[in-house]
Design a protein around this ligand. Structure first.
Ligand code: ADP
Length: 263
């Protein structure tokens, strides 16, 4: 396992008073209001909230895909906010794995080539055994020579997870990873993500709006209207769904109590 000089902390990602404002003075939208949030190493966290609550913005800021307007983001011991684009790109490539709803595989490359891609982009020549090992971990050792188009949606997402695992990243960010899958396949993928945390010591941060998906996490963090709105540990899907039904009311109460913070 590769370690970074500053990667000893138990908190692999730390957001400190992260504020994100889109638009200009006339059409300003505050997507995140000074959100402070830590994600512990070797845990599986789900970030939940209604549409427009700031989940994607939170994930993008945490993963260095977008820059906060103010505040601090520390990932695996590195403060991201001052980094150049080049340094951010390198950090994303070397220390973060991504899994997206739409799989984002390269259709012209074989499964093995897709999984090896992050290493190639980093200028490393991937050993076949390493790629096969990653494919084996997601149960697709037999499909290495296939093209993504020859696989089911669930299998394609497994390839994407193998691709995320291959660099042994400090953290895997998953953005609605089961959003394009049927229920049974979604459960397989969630079990695989959970397994990678429990058995392989990975850290996973997943954005979802699905209470069943969130219930696979160790911890669920709720956002409402760009604010943190509590969290649950080891929750059931019912507990998550119940909390979600109250989030709209929570945001409305907060806006009424502090109208200047409304946007
Ligand atoms: P979620 O992922 O929970 O649906 P988002 O993070 O996508 O929420 O959005 C939070 C808020 O920020 C919403 O009001 C959304 O319209 C706004 N927003 C997100 N991205 C942009 C953007 N690029 N430009 C302007 N507003 C944006």
């Amino acid at each position: 396992m590769t370690t970074h000089p500053n990667s000893g902390s138990d908190q692999v990602v730390r957001l400190g008073s992260v504020r994100k404002v889109y638009g200009g003075r006339r059409n300003e939208v505050v997507a995140l209001h000074d959100v402070s949030l830590d994600f512990q190493r070797h845990t599986f966290t789900a970030v939940m909230g209604p549409s427009g609550s700031g989940k994607s913005t939170c994930l993008h800021c945490a993963a260095g895909l977008d820059r906060p307007t103010s505040g601090s983001v520390v990932l695996d011991g590195t403060e991201l906010t001052g980094l150049s684009e080049k340094a951010l790109t390198r950090l994303r490539r070397d220390r973060i794995g991504f899994v997206f709803q739409a799989f984002n595989l390269q259709p012209a490359l074989s499964v093995m080539e897709n999984v090896a891609l992050p290493l190639r982009l980093a200028g490393r020549s991937p050993r076949r055994g390493m790629v096969m090992d990653a494919l084996d971990r997601v149960g697709l050792a037999e499909r290495g020579r296939h093209r993504p188009g020859e696989l089911s949606g669930g299998q394609q997402q497994r390839v994407a997870i193998a691709r995320a695992l291959i660099t042994d990243p400090a953290v895997i960010f998953a953005d609605e990873p089961t959003g394009a899958l049927d229920t049974a396949t979604a459960l397989d993928i969630l079990a695989l993500l959970r397994h990678s945390v429990r058995k392989a010591g990975q850290t996973v941060i997943m954005v979802t709006h699905d209470p069943v998906a969130a219930a696979h996490a160790d911890r669920v963090v709720f956002l409402a209207d760009g604010h943190l709105a509590g969290e649950l540990r080891e929750p059931t899907a019912e507990q998550v769904a119940e909390r979600m039904t109250h989030l709209g009311a929570w945001a409305a109460r907060r806006s009424a109590a502090a109208p200047e913070r409304k946007r």
